[in-house]
Design a protein around this ligand. Sequence first.
Ligand code: GUN
Length: 299
Amino acid sequence: MTISDVEQSHALRLDGKHVSKAILAEVGQELATCWKGQPPKLVVLLVGNDPASEVYVSHKMKASQKLGMTSETRRLPATISEHELLDRLDSLNHDPDVHAILVQLPLPGHINSQRVLEAIDPRKDVDGFHPLNMGQLLTGIEPVALPCTPAGMVRLLDYYDLSVAGKHAVVVGRSNIVGKPISLMLLHRHATVTICHSRTPDLPHLLSQADVVVAAIGRPNYVQADWVKPGAVVLDVGINRMEDGSLCGDVEKAVVHRASAVTPVPGGVGPMTIAMLMVNTMRLAQAQQGQTVKPWLMT
Ligand code: GUN
């Protein structure tokens, strides 16, 4: 099935909840059959008490515990110094029981996030944000762990057999967490990629040419449904909490009447991020045990 084959009046729902369950079941299976010794251990550093981060981290803990992995959240005060945080990372880097380290972002303003991410041992970098791992992604060498949210989006496309080869993908947002890595991943999968951001003039015009849209701006309903080309595949990364408590994406919901396939919010990209974190934790642990870890993105 190609993207143009799936044009229909109501978009195919790219069901991240369903696909993430399938991926988590595979991880559980692999741990049961191929893993020896202490379960893989993930440590998350949570600095301060950003409410969204609290929710994300609790999902991460639940998923890992369900798989029988060891996971731990280390809560640190928002006032922690960068130096102290770097010290904490140094001891985790040297702890042979810890396979995977994640520093939940965003960090308080007085801490230089890039310096912190660079301080994680690249072999334990479960987010794939270390410059060495990001550099590998850039140059076409697949790191053991790829950034979770973009990796989850590609796995979702793979599950539904949606090939992006030769398609025009327009990525809205240029963050290191989503926009840049998803652009590289789509490029590796042979898409023609345009990266847009707040200073891009005439976004509607660019989106009218997009076969694949990635919306990762963090603004509710920013992308209007009628900007999207009929039949496009829309991956909505936005998880915006509205005043009434509901969640909404970066793309207007009405896009389901225009696109051929859409990720719902919630239940699309979000659960895939968690599943890929589990995949990454297992892969890092396997690599640290000397097992061969097969590439999946750049095959
Ligand atoms: N904050 C929002 N998304 C992410 C992510 O994928 N990893 C980390 N570490 N922090 C985040």
